[in-house]
Write a protein that binds this ligand. Structure first.
Ligand code: DQA
Length: 147
């Protein structure tokens, strides 16, 4: 089972970027923790962080037919990234959306996600653990589908 993990703009700055909101854990460390959990769950991860929406669209297109599910924190693209949203439905695989912060407890413009309607579900507000929970839930859903 191969899962594509996508990190949107500015998530490469985790650790330095508003730690009071996003926590002190770096993206490399989140990726290490995800990889460790993925190994326990018996799945392979392909990880991509990009600051440009087009780079993420290119990566999703390149994964058509190659990945079984997508775990994504779209960063600020969450709120307006329609070309990425359109790209994500092309592979036709389940998507789980995650956020470090609770976007519903923040500014009004952060409280809408253009990805929510195409995702199986969303995990937000648990810092780096949102990613782990999102991975676990995605893998569980894929295993259910496989029967
Ligand atoms: C975020 C929330 C977004 O509103 C913000 O632009 C981010 C990070 C989160 O993980 O909490 O970059 O997706």
């Amino acid at each position: 089972m191969r899962i594509l993990v996508l990190h949107g703009p500015n998530l490469n700055m985790l650790g330095q970027r508003q730690p009071e909101i996003y926590g002190a854990v770096t993206l490399d460390e989140i990726d290490r923790r995800l990889a460790a959990r993925a190994a326990e769950l018996g799945c392979e991860l392909a990880v991509c962080q990009a600051n440009g929406e087009g780079q993420l669209v290119d990566r999703v297109q390149a994964e058509v037919g190659r990945c079984d599910g997508i775990l994504i924190n779209p960063g600020a693209l969450t709120h307006y990234g329609l070309s990425l949203r359109d790209a994500l439905v092309i592979p036709g695989v389940p998507i789980v959306e995650v956020h470090l912060s609770n976007i519903y407890a923040r500014e009004p413009w952060r409280q809408h996600s253009v990805f929510a309607a195409i995702a199986l579900g969303q995990v937000c507000g648990f810092g780096w653990r949102s990613y782990i929970a999102g991975l676990e839930l995605l893998v569980a859903a894929l295993k259910d589908r496989a029967g």
